[in-house]
Design a protein around this ligand. Structure first.
Ligand code: FES
Ligand code: FES
Length: 157
């Protein structure tokens, strides 16, 4: 194989390492995408969430061999969008960020949810976030932030 070719935040890259390497490690160590956090490395916490072809995945559970030809978005890429601005403001307005460790994954989970369901119910928001753990906020403020973002960003998703 002549390297693993994929699109990272809009830029074509070729990874020359092993197909068995974890996407999480490659994003952090090779491409310096430090928004991608390492929590459990077992698919349980969602801290390592990224979008793969628009779908939310735990990057600790994705081998590089599966990334060939795909489109990977981390928070570094998503933050260039207007939708990020809406979500970021909404999180700030209701103080939904405490230590911040879970937030990149939460924001990408919100993006994936709102892409699929632009006007979610509270239950749909909670289900959309069910793979992302937060040790600090108790979730209510994050749910409120996403609910507000869905209203304020009407038409963006
Ligand atoms: S580090 Fe990947 S799910 Fe926890
Ligand atoms: S804000 Fe601290 S883990 Fe969520």
């Amino acid at each position: 194989m002549d390297g693993i070719q994929f699109c990272l935040n809009g830029t074509e890259v070729i990874y020359e390492g092993s197909a068995a390497d974890r996407l999480l490690d490659v994003l952090r160590d090779t491409y310096r995408m430090t928004s991608v956090k390492c929590g459990c490395k077992e698919g349980e916490c969602g801290a390592c969430s990224v979008l793969m072809d628009g779908i939310l995945v735990n990057s600790c559970c994705v081998a590089m061999g599966a990334v060939d030809g795909s489109d990977i978005t981390t928070l570094e890429g998503f933050r260039q969008t207007e939708r990020f601005e809406v979500l970021s403001n909404a999180f700030g307005e209701v103080s939904a960020v405490q230590c911040g460790f879970c937030i990149p994954g939460m924001v990408l989970a919100a993006e994936a949810l709102l892409r699929k369901t632009p006007h979610p119910t509270e239950e749909e928001i909670r289900t959309g976030l069910s793979g992302n753990l937060c040790r600090c906020t108790g979730y209510n403020s994050i749910v409120n932030a996403i609910n507000n973002a869905a209203k304020e960003g009407n038409g963006l998703w």
